[in-house]
Design a protein around this ligand. Structure first.
Ligand code: GLC
Length: 618
């Protein structure tokens, strides 16, 4: 057995060794540290549990397992969802009912209270936050997920550590070895030079990119919050140690590792310190390291940027980097379409994505734990007579319910008085009008009422998300139309950060209504369930299907055509709140997959915020 194991490792190492060494030496010119990395990789391989090694072996044979049409993810906060990790284990049956087979556990590693950025300031990469459980609980959960056909995803926050991380504490004591793992400066000279070219991530909640530490009389680089110290990846010790942490976490049974804020990990004076070529070198090395030690583990890159910046993180066919990336521009453009009721920009964006190679896997989502940044194609909007600041203001006014007729209830995030570049927070349901309709006492039995319309929009958006190729990722709570949670305002540790408005506790009491279609929870849950089942069953959702937008000569309606072998599927989504006609002339008979009825696609009327999913049958 020993010997067979060693052969497997050796073969995998041989496959990547030369390229890995080349990249490592290019970056670090340090053969000893490279040798250390190789021997540590072997150690992590040796201690990898047998069942995980089996998982590696079977997934190496089926490398595109994650691109199957039955993949459905959900991201959730352990405490909000089920108190602790053991609680999540007990709730797997609920997630199964949601058809979820990939669980993204939001950050759960140890992090200081009140200075944690929702867990994105890690003080110990090898310890679970005590109130959530232990590493053993995590491994047990992973095993249980695997037994139930589910995958587990976690964040690897690699750009920075918490100021309470052991390295940071030692750096604070003035230990040079540890100071060199961060970016320390004695005076403002270099920080000021950086500030000239580096944009700010949190202009209101955490302005600037450096923090002054009075006890040391030094500045430290803090791109995100002042308590998140940027790691210095020029130091090979940082790279190696972080890779050991990565492998340690992978060995707990993770299937997907989300590499947080990855574009930021390499810094260079005179640049924006984003997406530098060394970032790609590092991601490529991580990919090879994973393929050597734990090849079933996939990399999900968090690159919240415009498409030209995102796509390079897939790497090339010979030198792949991330297995999957967020379809962030499509997400932002979707919400833009909700506000403008004009699908032209969305069509354009979808055409860009549809033209990309099919092996590029995107994660599609409506909402996640972060704000929505208005990263849209402004040159195109400008061509249509819209200017950027004004349009952003319109979107923010729309989603905060300030525009006449808007029923959306969102909140601004990092409203920068200088750039006026505010972003937006809120749950899908609140942004679709469920919250507003609820306050007015509107109920689902009123067919023309506000609640019916809000729920319809919510479902339509999910249907549209599920129509796209890639992995649909639900945000916990959205499956029952959960609205905003304002309780964060009473918590001084959260009050400043409006992202907590959509990070509320999961309402198990409301979830109990999921079988009753006359409740919001039931209406949303049942519709999503139906959509998800159809997506699993129908071949047109195969990742190899040809996907096009379909022009129906009505800007409020988005048409999508999916073709696979001889099957043809057409989806129509009306983003307007009024009935609109899709000017479409399709031969033959279609079946409405939602209700089973036959339809002819002949200049068809779609009610406001409604959709049609249909497949050609004759
Ligand atoms: C990522 C996370 C975000 C966090 C930031 C800093 O962008 O999604 O929530 O604030 O990284 O770690």
């Amino acid at each position: 057995m020993e010997a067979k194991d060693d052969v497997i490792f050796k073969n995998r190492l041989d496959r990547h060794h030369d390229e890995l060494r080349w990249l490592y030496m290019e970056l670090y010119q340090n053969g000893d540290m490279f040798a250390e990395l190789c021997s540590k990789m072997y150690e992590y391989y040796k201690i990898r549990r047998e069942q995980l090694k089996n998982r590696d072996e079977s997934r190496e044979k089926e490398t595109n397992w994650f691109q199957k049409k039955d993949m459905l993810g959900m991201m959730l906060y352990i405490d909000n969802f089920a108190g602790n990790i053991k609680g999540v284990s007990e709730k797997l049956s609920y997630l199964k009912e949601c058809n979820v087979n990939c669980i993204h556990l939001m950050p759960f590693l140890d992090t200081p209270r009140g200075r944690s950025d929702g867990g994105y300031a890690v003080s110990d990469f090898r310890k679970v936050r005590p109130d959530l459980g232990t590493m053993e609980d995590l491994s047990e959960l992973a095993d249980k997920c695997h037994q139930n056909g589910m995958n587990l995803c976690m964040d690897f926050v690699m750009n920075h550590t918490s100021e309470e991380h052991d390295w940071a504490k030692r750096a604070r004591q003035g230990e040079g070895e540890y100071m060199s793992r961060y970016f320390f400066y004695q005076n403002r000279e270099i920080p000021e030079r950086y500030e000239q070219t580096v944009p700010q991530v949190f202009p209101t909640t955490a302005p600037g990119n450096f923090t002054y530490l009075p006890e040391m009389d030094h500045y430290v680089m803090t791109t995100f919050y002042p308590y998140q110290w940027d790691l210095n990846y020029r130091n090979p010790r940082v790279f190696n140690e972080m890779m050991y942490n990565f492998l340690f976490l992978a060995n707990q049974g993770m299937d997907i590792i989300r590499i947080d804020a990855v574009p930021y990990i390499w810094k260079e004076l005179g640049t924006q310190c984003r997406n530098l070529k060394q970032v790609h070198t590092i991601v490529r090395m991580m990919r090879m390291i994973a393929e050597i030690v734990c090849p079933s583990v996939l990399l999900l890159g968090e690159v919240v940027m415009e498409p030209e910046k995102v796509v390079p993180y897939f790497g090339t066919v010979e030198k792949p980097e991330c297995h999957m990336l967020y379809n962030v521009t499509t997400m932002a453009t979707t919400w833009n379409t909700v506000a403008t009721k004009d699908t032209r920009l969305l069509k354009k964006q979808m055409d860009i994505v549809n033209r990309l190679p099919k092996q590029y896997t995107f994660l599609n989502y409506l909402r996640c734990h972060d704000d929505i940044g208005w990263g849209l194609d402004y040159p195109t909007l400008r061509g249509w007579g819209m200017n950027e600041p004004q349009h952003k203001r319109f979107l923010n006014d729309y989603f905060t319910g300030k525009v006449e007729g808007s029923v959306s209830r969102g909140e601004l995030y990092n409203d920068d008085p200088v750039t006026q570049d505010a972003r937006l927070c809120g749950t899908t349901a609140s942004m679709c009008g469920v919250e507003c309709a609820g306050f007015k006492g509107s109920k689902l039995d009123d067919q023309e009422g506000e609640m019916v319309r809000a729920v319809r929009l919510d479902i339509m958006l999910h249907a549209y998300m599920l129509t796209q190729s890639g992995i649909p990722m639900l945000y916990s709570g959205d499956e029952i139309g959960q609205t905003n949670d304002y309780s964060y305002k009473r918590d001084p540790e959260k009050a400043e950060d409006s992202r907590y408005i959509h990070r509320g506790s999961f309402h198990w009491d409301l979830a109990e209504k999921k079988e009753n279609p006359l409740t919001v929870e039931g209406a949303v849950f049942q519709a999503l369930n139906r959509l998800e089942h159809i997506r699993r069953q129908e071949n047109v959702f195969d990742r190899n299907a040809e996907v096009y937008t379909y022009d129906v000569h009505e800007d409020a309606i988005l048409g999508i055509l999916r073709e696979y072998q001889d099957e043809r599927f057409i989806a129509l989504f009306n983003f307007s709140d009024k009935s609109e006609k899709a000017w479409i002339q399709e031969e033959g008979i279609y079946r409405n997959l939602m209700n089973g009825e036959k339809v002819e696609l002949n200049n068809i009327i779609i009610p406001g915020h409604d959709f049609l999913w249909c497949k050609k049958i004759l």
